[in-house]
Design a protein around this ligand. Structure first.
Ligand code: F6R
Length: 240
């Protein structure tokens, strides 16, 4: 794992754009694995700025997101589909049909997971962007998820529900389950870019980068990826 420590969140986002921009500019047909959450917002702003300033085109880019809350329709303001549309896709020339995410309202969970597995198999990711959960999760692969997992439905941990409650008006509104891409599929990306910002990520960053590779800390699997870049701001890197 190659580690970059930046002085603050702004620098983290600029450095992340260097990595993501390289992929998108060098290959107009690239396949991006994308993440939601607070951490990638600065990177997404930089991608939008670059698109507006330099016309970097996403017309042939395809994207697959990591995860979606179970039960939320794609137009629900807290759904990850909505998040991606509002914070990235609608500002770029990406085709809506080239953006992919699990269907949170699918009635048949197994069929939905099978559909997403097939889709991921058909579109290998050139780069997979990740945020890091304070409990070491990647996507919604919570501690003790098998490293060989594919798309599945998870029961979110209390810790994750608490962390994500800030985006809902009340903690009782946070869905208890989610669809998530599996760890095996995350690891299949040619390159992984994981971002971590803030003091509450410091322990997870340490365990991910220097701890034992164990299913107890899902992100520790990234130590086994041949091309993984971690960008952490000073606070998130404070225990390294
Ligand atoms: C989001 C995702 C999650 C987040 C993680 C960190 O699609 O898969 O694993 O990346 O929970 O979230 P933030 O960035 O909000 O701290």
């Amino acid at each position: 794992m190659e580690i970059f420590i930046t002085k603050d969140y702004e620098d983290l986002s600029a450095k992340a754009f260097e990595v993501m921009g390289r992929v998108v500019i060098s290959n107009p047909y690239a396949v991006l694995g994308l993440a939601t959450g607070t951490t990638p917002l600065g990177l997404y702003s930089k991608m939008i700025e670059d698109y507006k300033a330099h016309g970097t085109s996403y017309a042939h880019i395809r994207a697959a997101n990591l995860d979606e809350y179970k039960g939320l329709p794609k137009d629900h303001p807290q759904s990850y589909a909505y998040f991606m549309r509002e914070n990235l896709f609608r500002h770029l020339d990406i085709e809506e049909g080239n953006t992919n995410i699990e269907n949170g309202t699918a009635q048949d969970e197994q069929a939905e997971c099978a559909r997403y597995n097939k889709l991921l198999a058909e579109m290998p990711r050139d780069i997979q962007l990740l945020g890091l959960g304070s409990n070491g999760h990647i996507a919604f692969n919570e501690p003790y998820t098998p490293f060989g997992s594919e798309t599945h439905v998870v029961d979110l941990t209390e810790n994750t529900i608490k962390d994500n409650a800030r985006l809902f008006s009340d903690i009782s509104e946070v869905p208890k389950k989610a669809f998530t891409m599996g760890i095996k599929q995350i690891m299949q990306a040619k390159q992984i870019l994981i971002l971590a910002s803030g003091k509450n990520k410091a322990e997870a960053v340490y365990n991910m980068a220097h701890g034992k590779v164990t299913e107890e800390v899902p992100a520790s699997v990234l130590q086994l990826h041949p091309n993984c870049i971690l960008i952490a701001d000073k606070e998130a890197a404070s225990k390294l």
